[in-house]
Design a protein around this ligand. Structure first.
Ligand code: ADP
Length: 613
């Protein structure tokens, strides 16, 4: 219930939809009943063989009874046809009444439905927006533990399931109880004893349905999880399409997909089976209840407690009551599915970012002096990755990190960007702990150029503009020129308006890198974090990229994760990182003189470059 109410909370402002809906449904119900109530006296008149119908010459006094309605209809008939009954006339009146009522009741039903649709779509939109923005604001660590497909399926399909169930239950909850109450009122009027008996019998069927519903909830959760796995797989398959084809592994991934799809279908099927069971089961229980009533009520008739015609009417109304009751039961079986999906969606909304701004966090207006690591250690969950590292990057310096992969270089740069918080020690910017600053203000001074150049499916101009959304087109072009990208951009089909394709697929590796450099140039950050590309570029584009990088580094403070040692010969400081510790540190020449790890790395790269020659 708590989950349900929270989910309903997304429906704000609920009254904007609920009030008109209620109003429309009420009118719909009235006209629906009018036609039902009017039919009885008209039919009575029509089929009255004796023709001995009471002639009513004056409008009857209102009272809440069938007798009043009968009199009213007879009065109208008198007005229309006098005391002589014209059968054809009555037939026509009957048809006109049915048509008019049906038109009105259906119009209002449509209006009610429209309101409900509007409500559903509005809520769906709000829910998607909330979930997506919450997910985007989560700390980066969250994403290494969550499956992407799972998140996608929560934002897309689960949200949809939730909404469908909520509106469905609301719809039923607004409509059916009125009908049930009305019928129950009529039943009580006929016989209190029989109705009390009914009230005892009905919960038995409710229990049976309740049992089915409970087992449904579990499989709904399983089904949604399995769906998430499937989306993950699709995402991976599309992302790695070239590798899959290159390795002739298409069949492998297809088989994997078949298995996943099979699992999902199996769970869905067993769920559907149980869901479908709810309706026939409740119908059967309804009929069984009628049978029990037949015995009990029949006994009452024989005992003279009620007369036969009352009993028949009672049974007729009772069979009417089972429809809205069944609708209620059915919607309970979907509500559980909705709540299972809802819990998954809410789990995303409830996940709090582990890295948040402190109350009254400081704004880093200007980077003035240095960034200092002071005895910093860091662990991903339990895995220690950085061990007691201390160093300083002074403003304007270029500091390079080198060393074997897996040593912890990327982790150090992630710590500066505050993608993670240190486990021990502290990182100081201008002497203040990075945790005391507003995160966005820190990041606003930083630029990243990473080895996996991230381009979005958008125009080249917009991809560059990511660095500074306010920039003018002239500024964008200027940045592209500094990044050696202007020329090739002009050569593309639509110049700056060319679409880069999914993940920048339509561009070469070197071109992608130069665009991401242009992005950093446009942002013009004080501090630059550069994760140098390892991917082999041809000499021509490597030179272009290198020149672009040199332009970018000029006059900035930078931390460079270097893979090609030739690029950092002039760094102010080079730190060799191995197993999360700084094993050597100094300038190129100092390190060479040490004849240690750095020297070995340099020698290895020389061998590498000879081989390439
Ligand atoms: P480098 O950049 O020097 O190649 P990294 O900083 O990427 O090294 O990785 C350092 C260590 O941390 C590696 O052993 C890697 O397996 C581990 N690691 C990196 N990212 C994560 C993560 N998100 N969760 C757990 N371990 C990680």
């Amino acid at each position: 219930m708590k989950t349900y109410l929270r989910l309903l909370g997304f429906a704000k402002p609920i009254e904007k939809y609920a009030i008109p809906y209620f109003f429309f449904i009420l009118i719909y119900a009235v006209f629906n009943t009018v036609v039902f109530v009017m039919l009885i006296p008209l039919l009575e008149t029509l089929f009255n063989s004796s023709g001995m119908i009471e002639v009513v010459t004056r409008p009857p006094v209102f009272e809440f009874s069938m007798d009043y309605v009968q009199k009213l209809v007879n009065y109208w008939l008198y007005q229309l046809y006098g005391s002589e009954y014209d059968m054809m006339g009555i037939l026509m009146l009957l048809s006109a009444l049915i048509v008019a009522s049906a038109l009105l009741s259906n119009t209002f039903r449509y209006l009610a439905q429209r309101t409900m649709e509007g409500f559903r779509i509005h809520t769906l939109k709000r829910m998607r927006n909330t979930v997506f923005s919450n997910v985007m604001r989560l700390h980066t660590g969250f994403f290494s533990n969550e499956k992407k497909g799972d998140i996608i399926s929560k934002i897309t399909s689960d949200v949809q399931v939730v909404q469908f169930c909520i509106t469905n239950t609301l719809q039923v909850a607004f409509r059916e109880p009125f009908l049930i109450a009305g019928y129950l009122f009529a039943l009580l009027k006929i016989s209190i004893e029989l109705t009390l008996f009914t009230v005892v019998v009905l919960p038995v069927s409710a229990l049976v349905i309740g049992f089915i519903v409970k087992t449904l909830r579990k499989s709904a959760k399983e089904a949604q999880e399995s769906f998430g796995d499937m989306v993950s797989l699709i995402d991976e398959a599309l992302g790695g399409i070239k590798i899959l084809k290159g390795y002739n592994a298409v069949d492998y991934i297809i088989r994997k997909f078949f298995n996943e799809n099979d699992r999902y279908s199996r769970i869905s099927k067993s769920m559907a089976n149980r869901q479908q069971l709810a309706s026939p089961a409740s119908e059967f229980m309804g009929i069984a209840a009628v049978a029990v009533l037949l015995i009990y009520g029949g006994g009452m008739v024989m005992g003279g407690k009620i007369n036969a015609s009352e009993f028949i009417t009672y049974l007729a109304i009772f069979s009417q009551i089972t429809r809205p009751a069944r609708q209620l039961a059915d919607s309970f079986s979907t509500i559980n599915q909705g709540i299972a999906a809802g819990e998954r969606v809410l789990s995303l909304v409830d996940t709090k970012s582990e890295i948040v701004n402190k109350d009254n966090a400081l704004m880093l207006d200007q980077f003035r002096e240095n960034i200092e690591f002071h005895n910093v250690s860091f662990a991903y969950e339990s895995k220690g990755v950085i061990h007691n590292i201390s160093f300083v990057i002074h403003k304007g310096e270029t500091v390079a990190l080198v060393g074997p992969s897996g040593g912890g270089k990327s982790t150090i740069s992630d710590l500066i960007l505050r993608f993670y918080d240190v486990s021990e020690g502290e990182i100081l910017i201008d002497g203040v702990n990075i945790k005391d600053y507003n995160i966005e203000s820190v990041r606003s001074h930083m630029g990243i150029v990473s080895q996996d150049t991230v381009l979005f499916n958008d125009t080249i101009e917009n991809n560059i503009r990511l660095g500074n959304t306010e920039a003018t087109t002239a500024q964008v072009m200027n940045a592209a020129k500094i990044a050696n990208a202007h020329e090739f951009i002009l050569d593309t089909k639509d110049g700056y308006q060319t679409n880069t394709g999914d993940r920048g697929m339509k561009l070469s590796g070197g071109q992608r890198q130069r665009i991401s450099i242009a992005r950093a140039v446009l942002k013009n950050p004080d501090i630059l974090i550069l994760d140098e590309a390892t991917s082999a570029l041809d000499t021509e584009s490597e030179k272009l990229v290198q020149d672009a990088l040199n332009n970018l580094l000029k006059g900035r403070t930078s931390l460079v994760i270097a893979h090609r040692l030739s690029t950092i010969l002039h760094a102010d400081k080079i730190m060799v990182i191995e197993d999360g510790s700084i094993v050597e540190s100094g300038t190129h020449n100092e390190l060479l003189a040490l004849e240690g790890v750095y020297k070995k790395l340099i020698d290895m790269q020389h061998i590498g470059s000879h081989k390439n020659d």
